[in-house]
Design a protein around this ligand. Structure first.
Ligand SMILES: *[C@@H]1O[C@H](CO)[C@@H](O)[C@H](O)[C@H]1NC(C)=O
Ligand SMILES: *[C@@H]1O[C@H](CO)[C@@H](O)[C@H](O)[C@H]1NC(C)=O
Length: 328
């Protein structure tokens, strides 16, 4: 009886996903581990041709990637400094990506979103198939859904939400081609995300974007995301939101609520820039370089933060059955 019920539920799920009207690209990353678990690294704000310790962080990512036998790597944006890529033949692609993340364990698929610095260059170049032909690991989109066994990832282009890039761009120019009109772009995106999250049958729902929602870093809270994206995340009970933008490693969260993880330490880090935050929520703030790993099973999601030398700075585990956060 319960088996029948489970099977029909599964068909219902497949039917809903197939039948959805969302325009968000969906892809699947095959599960290879016998227990269905998933391991991956998250790095952000990195592309500086190896400078500012990018190479050291890359080296440690390689070591941890090997230990955890990672399935893939997630980049939370600001992939190429200072102004993204000029075109799909820009040598910065090799200098900041292919020639830096050389460790055998990092020869996995990379899933990337764009940061504000990427939007200062040629966006279509970063999205181009030409880069993937040069280095098969590269996969970058504005927004997409990645499904891998019991986890569904919702990658969100957070850049167009940020009002000041439009009203007060300072000395920067942003490549808003295919984004304007902005309001329509945002409302379509929010609608599609909500739809995909509602139809999701995954046990875990993780959301990835460049800009911070809860952060004590230099840039601070992105109010536009608090107002427009957070209600959708809460309604659909996502487990984690992962971002970069602030050049730090950070964990903010309360028991039973969405955990906010920042991994923006891929190269240049801003030491000494921290704003005050409720100490009950702020589990880690580290203003140096580093990255993080996640290991997800049916019952737990464990995340670990590492510094530039590979030392563990902080770790925490979300437990599914109790919906609680156990730091240890
Ligand atoms: C690189 O990391 C080392 C620690 O291994 C640190 O002493 C140094 O200041 C860092 N350099 C930069 C440019 O951040
Ligand atoms: C952006 O890059 C693409 C190649 O991906 C190229 O065709 C296009 O001309 C570039 N645009 C500008 C404005 O340089």
């Amino acid at each position: 009886m319960s088996v029948l019920f489970g099977v029909s539920l599964m068909f219902l799920c497949i039917f809903f996903i197939k039948g959805s009207l969302s325009k968000l690209e969906r892809l699947e990353h095959p599960v290879t581990k016998y227990d269905g678990s998933l391991s991956f690294l998250v790095v952000g704000d990195w592309g500086r041709k190896g400078g500012f310790n990018q190479s050291l962080v890359a080296h440690q990512m390689g070591i941890v990637g090997e230990q955890l036998d990672i399935d893939f790597v997630i980049s939370v944006g600001d992939n190429f400094y200072d102004d993204g890529l000029k075109g799909d033949t820009d040598p910065a692609f090799e200098a900041s990506f292919s020639h830096i993340y050389t460790h055998p364990s990092l020869q996995k698929q990379w899933y990337s979103v764009l940061g504000n610095h990427d939007y200062r260059g040629n966006v279509s170049a970063q999205l181009s198939q030409v880069l993937t032909q040069k280095d098969w690991r590269w996969f970058c989109r504005r927004s997409f859904v990645l499904s891998s066994g019991m986890v569904e990832f919702f990658f969100v282009d957070t850049n167009p939400f940020v009002e000041k890039y439009f009203t007060d761009p300072e000395d920067h120019t942003y490549d808003w081609s295919n984004v304007l009109p902005r309001k329509k772009y945002i409302s379509n995106l929010l609608h599609d995300l909500d739809l995909q999250m509602k139809k999701s049958c995954a046990k875990w729902k993780f959301v990835v974007g460049h800009h911070g929602i809860k952060t004590a870093g230099e840039h601070g809270v992105t109010q536009e995301l608090v107002d427009q994206l957070v209600p959708i995340l809460e309604e659909n009970k996502v487990d984690l939101y992962i971002n970069g933008h602030d050049h730090c490693l950070q964990h903010i969260g309360s028991d039973g609520e969405i955990q906010f993880l920042t991994s923006g330490g891929g190269s240049k880090a801003w030491r000494g820039n921290v704003q005050s935050w409720d100490p009950k929520e702020l589990k880690l703030y580290y203003d140096g370089q580093g990255f993080m790993s996640l290991h997800v099973t049916h019952s737990q999601a464990k995340f670990i933060y590492y510094d530039v030398s590979g030392n563990v700075l902080h770790q925490s585990t979300l437990s599914k059955s109790f919906k609680r956060n156990h730091p240890f």
